[in-house]
Design a protein around this ligand. Structure first.
Ligand code: C2E
Ligand code: CA
Ligand code: CA
Length: 289
């Protein structure tokens, strides 16, 4: 009898604990969802209030050391003065379905920035494209409208991660090839960190490989043993692709990459991303003979 009563008591305790835990999990989930919705709404409001801007990180030709253009990187400075990094708001914008409108907004800011610049030689302009945008039916039209809105000669490079290209290779290839025929270029961003099979690389519509910072970091000294980095550079050459080494942050890394005939370099060693006005002033200074 006592054993039976104890069993009932234990199962009641367990049941109550289960209910409390479930309610707690449900509560946490709802708060998390609410937080995300809040972020999506804040992004929409931030766009309306002009809180987003673009910083431009110079890209250099490795052989000559000349700046040939820049990568556009979105920045979010909120009304209270805080700055939310793209590593936080871009994934949220993707998750909450606002990445397409945020990228359209980015295009508008870039077109506006470049309308104030006088550039004669074709300018390498890289923009980051999210997977959801590439899959969206508005994608091709958005890119064409963006190109048409640029009033300076630009080599428009669409930076797309390996992961995105592999998700729906057929659709991605069709859309990117159509844009390449119209004069756009495609770069695989963060190369080496994703999932691309080497076989697939041959058929992807790609012009540049951006070697991820992780591999550049493996150049810890000028004597460092870096078989993977060397293989990526050789592979890229064999495939007829141009290489961009990103995240170059030390003198010995720059020398090593130039020696290996990497096409382009980018990183804090050369320059950090700059606000539009600062970038343009700096760029003009670079091109005064
Ligand atoms: P990403 O496309 O790989 O961009 C390079 C990131 O590395 C940038 O960070 C840049 O500031 C940083 N970086 C460049 N050189 C160095 C270096 O030498 N050392 C170090 N430690 N960092 C370096 P950022 O601007 O914070 O952007 C982070 C990521 O957010 C980007 O990585 C990209 O994936 C995403 N992102 C930024 N802007 C946009 C955008 O407009 N659209 C989309 N879809 N994604 C964006
Ligand atoms: Ca990029
Ligand atoms: Ca990258």
């Amino acid at each position: 009898m006592i054993k039976r009563t104890r069993q009932i008591l234990y199962s009641n305790i367990l049941y109550t604990a289960f209910i409390i835990l479930s309610l707690r999990v449900q509560n946490l989930w709802q708060r998390w969802r609410k937080g995300n919705m809040f972020m999506a709404n804040e992004i929409r409001q931030g766009m309306m209030e002009g809180q987003f801007s673009v910083h431009y990180q110079p890209v250099f030709e490795a052989a000559t050391g000349a700046c040939c253009g820049a990568e556009a990187l979105l920045r979010w400075y909120r009304a209270d003065g805080s700055c939310i990094p793209p590593s936080v708001f871009i994934p949220e914008a993707e998750k909450e379905g606002v990445i397409v409108s945020l990228t359209q907004h980015l295009f508008g800011i870039i077109a506006d920035d470049l309308s104030k610049w006088q550039i004669e030689t074709p300018f390498h302009l890289s923009v980051n494209i999210a997977g959801a945008h590439l899959q969206d039916k508005a994608f091709t039209k958005d890119i064409q409208a963006f190109r048409d809105a640029l009033k300076v000669p630009v080599r428009l490079v669409l930076e797309i991660t390996e992961h995105t290209l592999v998700q729906d290779t057929i659709l991605a290839s069709l859309r990117l090839n159509a844009l390449r025929r119209k004069g756009c270029y495609v770069a695989i961003d963060d190369f080496g960190t994703g999932y691309s099979s080497l076989g697939l690389l041959q058929s992807l519509p790609v012009d540049y490989l951006k070697i991820d910072k992780m591999f550049i970091d493996s150049l810890t000294s000028d004597k460092a043993h870096t078989p993977v980095l060397e293989t990526i550079i050789n592979l890229s050459k064999r495939l007829g692709l141009k290489t961009i080494a990103e995240g170059v942050s030390a003198d010995h890394q720059a020398k090593w990459l130039i020696d290996k005939k990497v096409s382009f370099v980018q990183g804090y060693y050369y320059s950090r991303p700059k606000a539009a006005f600062d970038f343009y002033q700096w760029y003009c200074g670079q091109h005064i003979k």
